[in-house]
Design a protein around this ligand. Structure first.
Ligand code: TLP
Length: 347
């Protein structure tokens, strides 16, 4: 296979930079299951402050962050309200059912969002026949929604519904920093409405591993117990926490470049035949390309693009996803646009 010119499958594919690797090599470490890793502790304190929460816990992945937060705030037989396109529903291997014994009430809405009225309508009566509505999960930015950012006022309205019914709220903020950079909101403006928040260092922020869950001291103590139960306790984890700290210090503001590259990619790809792309729908670093079904499939087009050194992910029969990140330059975006236009012309 030809060396890829650009890997747009996900922002998870980034390589740690030499400076990040140096920070990892020099990290002070200890046994974090004993709570003795100074770099992990520093990261947790730093992220709790960044997110405006009392406490934070370092976990190996975004999936574990979401699933421990769900487990800590639900009982078997409870129901979780989330978007039908949410990551916790599609891409976490049935975690809410398997790990927490919860059913899911799925809502529809544009770009992975829903409104307070829809939440109200989905609430279960307090009657022994029904699962108990317990937790609302919002994803911001929304992955399958196309990297969309949630509206703060709508989140506030949903919080009012949650409070009236004594429900908890969890934010899947794997790409929360993308939302903050795109909208100009500070992280606490979003997180104030949530009992727990997860965020990832291994997406656009460019660290190799790691996520956190943040919330009150009491909730994070429960999350900590489930991290152990799910096998996520790590020992000298300061080596990877150092990469996360480096990412927070150096890689947040530059997400704006990824957003500009995504827009540029969408505008360029919109000129290709047999592919429809809406540049106006691109708010952050995710671009969807819809392939004309009468011509080919997304999987077949992805294979042809791979032959030209451009990697993208087929996320549906006709849908390709491209995600920009710190290992993608604007020149590579131009090369990708040229490859997309040439490939689409010859299918
Ligand atoms: N998403 C990955 C894949 O799983 C699809 C990607 O390439 O986008 N929440 C959201 C919103 C995510 O997009 C992801 C990763 C996660 C949680 C899970 O993170 P990890 O992969 O660290 O478990």
């Amino acid at each position: 296979m030809k060396q890829p010119i650009v890997d747009l499958r996900s922002d998870t594919v980034t390589q740690p930079s030499p400076e990040m690797r140096r920070a990892m090599a020099e990290a002070e470490v200890g046994d974090d299951v004993f709570g003795e890793d100074p770099t992990v502790r520093r990261l947790q304190e730093r992220v709790a402050t960044l997110l405006g929460k009392e406490a934070a816990l370092f976990v190996p992945s975004g999936s574990m962050a979401n699933q421990t937060a769900i487990r800590a705030q639900t009982q078997p037989g409870d129901e979780i309200i989330a978007h039908a396109d949410s990551h916790i529903y599609h891409y976490e291997a049935g975690g809410p059912a398997a790990l927490s014994g919860c059913s899911m009430r799925l809502l529809e809405g544009p770009g992975g969002t829903f409104d307070a009225d829809a939440v109200n309508a989905a609430l279960r009566p307090k009657d022994s026949h029904f699962p108990q509505s317990a937790l609302i999960v919002i994803e911001n930015t929304h992955n399958r929604g196309g990297g969309t950012c949630w509206n703060l006022d709508e989140i506030a309205r949903i919080r009012e519904v949650a409070d009236a019914q004594n429900l908890r709220m969890h934010l899947d903020g794997a790409r929360l920093m993308n939302a903050c950079v795109a909208t100009g909101h500070k992280p606490p403006e979003y997180t104030q409405y949530f009992d727990t928040v997860s965020t990832c260092f291994s997406k656009g922020l460019g660290a190799p591993v790691g996520s956190v869950v943040a919330g009150t001291e009491a909730t994070i103590r429960r999350v900590h117990r489930f991290r152990k139960m799910f096998g996520g306790g790590m020992r000298q984890a300061g080596v990877i926490a150092a990469a996360a700290l480096y990412a927070i210090e150096h890689n947040i503001d530059r997400l704006a470049d990824d957003h500009a590259n995504a827009k540029r990619l969408a505008e360029g790809a919109a000129r290709a035949t047999h592919i429809s792309v809406d540049p106006d729908a691109v708010e952050t670093n995710i671009v969807f390309l819809d392939v004309d079904a009468s011509v080919t499939t997304a999987a077949a087009l992805a294979e042809q693009l791979r032959g030209r050194g451009v990697l993208m992910l087929a996320t549906g029969p006709q849908r390709l996803r491209a995600v920009t990140h710190l290992d993608v330059s604007s020149d590579q975006i131009d090369a990708a646009i040229a490859a997309i236009c040439q490939t689409a012309d010859t299918v």
